[in-house]
Write a protein that binds this ligand. Structure first.
Ligand SMILES: [Zn+2]
Ligand SMILES: [Zn+2]
Length: 248
């Protein structure tokens, strides 16, 4: 298992399996390695394929372009709120790993991301542009998830992004991972951290959290609710979650 717990030095794995931890040591990759790994990763290929299919369907069904652009635009606007809520209350909620039925959901994989993308973007598309709006909304959803995955990887790569915006969200996200996980939940935007009062600009602004690296899924919690640890071992946990707090 990966992720060294701060207190005991033992390996603690909290189980979120994403492509960046599965096969690669992200902090040792160059940007070129990352781009190559990114485009050859199956989940990203699936998103890109589905994006192409949805664009095709939207163009086929389209009567006028404006409502479809509106539908896609709305998805982009709503997305940061969805990202914030899922990250804060689902991935950082303790209830998910307490049942063997939902423990697998703690792992981020296509079977968890796709239903969320569909549930969020298809209704927005349909409400704003009718039937053709559904593939338009979905297409926006697939672009967004690709951007999210890329942004999140860059945040964990030993590399300073050129864009100041990326530099800023990277700094905030690393503070979330390694300093205090009860704030800075935004990955692609911190707007909702400001709205909900969970934003902190500098690590010095909030105390260091002892559970930042493992979300409290360690020791007694892990013994009481072993499902995530078991799943991770069954899937070859040695390669996983080397960065500590795995989720997002
Ligand atoms: Zn992260
Ligand atoms: Zn997190």
């Amino acid at each position: 298992m990966g992720g060294i717990s701060e207190t005991s030095g033992e390996y603690v794995d909290i189980g979120y399996k994403s492509w960046l931890k599965q096969d690669y040591l992200l902090d040792r990759m160059t940007l070129g390695d990352l781009v190559k790994a990114y485009f050859t990763y199956p989940a990203i290929q699936v998103y890109l394929l589905l994006f192409a299919v949805c664009v095709g369907a939207a163009l086929y069904l389209m009567e006028a372009p404006l409502p479809l652009l509106l539908a896609a635009g709305l998805c982009f606007l709503v997305y940061p709120l969805v990202e914030y809520l899922l990250h804060r209350f689902l991935l950082h909620g303790r209830w998910l790993y307490k049942s063997p039925r939902t423990a697998a959901l703690w792992n981020g994989a296509l079977h968890t991301t796709l239903p969320i993308i569909v549930l969020v973007t298809a209704p927005i598309g349909w409400l704003s542009a009718g039937l053709p709006g559904i593939p338009a909304g979905l297409a926006a959803g697939f672009v967004i998830i690709c951007f999210y995955e890329y942004g999140h990887c860059i945040q964990h790569l030993s590399y300073k992004p050129r864009l100041r915006y990326l530099q800023r969200i990277k700094r905030l996200h690393l503070a979330h991972h390694f300093h205090n996980e009860t704030g800075n939940f935004g990955i692609t935007s911190n707007i909702w951290d400001h709205v909900f009062g969970t934003y902190y600009g500098k690590p010095g602004a909030v105390p260091r959290s002892p559970t930042a690296r493992n979300l409290g899924y360690t020791g007694q919690e892990q013994e009481l609710y072993p499902w995530v640890a078991d799943l991770t071992e069954a899937e070859g946990g040695d390669a996983l979650a080397r960065e500590g707090h795995g989720a997002t």
